[in-house]
Design a protein around this ligand. Structure first.
Ligand SMILES: C[S@@+](CC[C@H](N)C(=O)[O-])C[C@H]1O[C@@H](n2cnc3c(N)ncnc32)[C@H](O)[C@@H]1O
Length: 400
């Protein structure tokens, strides 16, 4: 799989770039194969022929397939190979291991990549690492469709406090910033590689999007400004100070003006945890009482527990009269049924709209045909304090 370093909003290219089920399964298989090869290379009881074959197969796989290079990185193949090199006197084996180490060096350097999108004139830049860091380290097709929806209705986000759950690389939340959201919080579970990449992505976007000269923002203050599209917005401080929590210099920051990265695990939303700090280098926990006018969720229903946890997280974070927008492929209809029922039991209501084939064909999202229910949009609000600003033309509240 190729990872172009900067993408434009070219629909034909998108199918090659967003993560999908195929990538995930390839990674699982790659993980097993790399593990087997490394075990064989380590094992000095194996014959030279067998070990040589393992080294050569590993080298070829790392050289040609991103998933294998990533798994080799995760398994610290370079360390295993270097040790194996010191423990053999056989020249043929030494040559093969040396070649493998140099391919490993190349594989290791393919860390983070950057992409740029233009959604109807609103630009978003993101960083991605690899699926080996966690599913959220790459952007998924549902996010791409959601961004198209958001960019076509910017008034739904302008001036709002926006939370993205299971944000992954944060593309929807970062677009919300460009659409004039007052505050954007990008959240993820405790997958350190995903959280760090998310912070990196936020930094990459916010730094690029800052378009005012430094002296227009007095030290210590957030000055209101307008994005390139003229939407009122907040800007980040050009000297690198955020408005919130900082980690020690040299580490990632988690606040960029009105954009913050926070830890939020859906399953813990009942616990009312007040302690805020995680391990050093990871973002703080989102305080239990912070609520939002808009919640964005993309491709976060893929395990049965999610049908219980997500309604819990949405109910605990959605402000009265707020709106929650979900875009998801439907992998198992039963999971969606359970989700809808759990949403209703929390005093919320949900409407469902199936995205048309033509929409994802246009977006070129690879893998869409793999989902039995295609892609679906869910819109959620409180039964007793509904949102005031939905376009309700296509909405029917589910009773099933
Ligand atoms: C398929 S990825 C989608 C990522 C992103 N929303 C997108 O569409 O590109 C699912 C995301 O949900 C996150 N996730 C899974 N379980 C979670 C939990 N219990 N709490 C918070 N996030 C979770 C994963 O880390 C991952 O980023």
């Amino acid at each position: 799989m190729s990872y172009p370093s900067m993408e434009s909003d070219d629909d034909d290219d998108i199918s090659e770039c967003n993560a999908d089920e195929g990538d995930f399964y390839e990674l699982l298989i790659a993980g097993e194969r790399v593990g087997e090869w490394l075990d064989t290379i380590r094992n000095r009881d194996k014959t030279k022929v067998v070990r040589l074959r393992a080294v050569r197969e590993l080298t070829a796989a790392m050289d040609t397939k991103e998933a294998y290079a990533e798994e080799a990185r995760q398994a610290e193949a370079a360390t295993v190979l270097t040790k194996a090199l010191t423990l053999t006197q056989d020249e043929e084996l030494m040559d093969a291991i040396s070649a493998a180490i140099s391919v490993c060096g190349g594989a290791l350097s393919r860390g983070s990549t950057s992409r740029e999108f233009d959604f109807l004139g609103y630009k978003v830049r993101i960083k991605e690492s690899s699926l080996g860091d966690g599913l959220g380290a790459r952007m998924w097709g549902a996010s791409y469709l959601m961004c198209k929806d958001l960019a076509s209705a910017p008034s739904l986000l302008a001036g709002k406090r926006v939370l993205e759950l299971g944000a992954g690389v944060g593309v929807c939340g970062l677009l919300a910033r460009e659409l004039g959201a007052e505050r954007v919080v990008l959240t993820e579970a405790l997958f350190p590689g995903v959280l760090k990449n998310l912070a990196d992505s936020a930094a990459f976007h916010c730094e690029a999007a800052s378009d005012l000269p430094p002296d227009t923002c007095p030290a210590g203050e957030d000055a209101p400004y307008r994005t390139a599209k003229g939407v009122p917005c907040m800007r980040w401080h050009p000297d690198g100070r955020g408005t919130g929590t900082h980690v020690s210099p040299g580490d990632l920051r988690f606040d960029y003006g009105n954009v913050s990265v926070r830890y939020l695990d859906w399953s813990e939303e009942d616990d009312k945890v007040t302690e805020s700090s995680l391990a050093p280098g990871l973002p703080p926990r989102l305080p239990p009482d912070e609520k939002f006018e808009v919640i964005l969720v993309c491709d976060c229903l893929y395990e049965m527990e999610h049908a219980t946890w997500l309604p819990l997280a949405i109910a605990s974070r959605l402000a009265p009269h707020g709106r929650c927008h979900i875009l998801c492929p439907v992998r198992y209809e039963d999971m969606f049924k359970a989700f809808r029922s759990n949403i209703r039991s929390r005093g919320l209501r949900v409407s469902v709209e199936v995205a048309q084939d033509s929409e994802w064909d246009r977006a070129g999202i690879r893998g869409s045909a793999e989902y039995p229910g295609g892609f679906t949009r869910l819109r959620i609000e409180w039964l007793t304090s509904p949102a005031t600003d939905w376009d309700r033309t296509h909405m029917e509240w589910c009773t099933y």
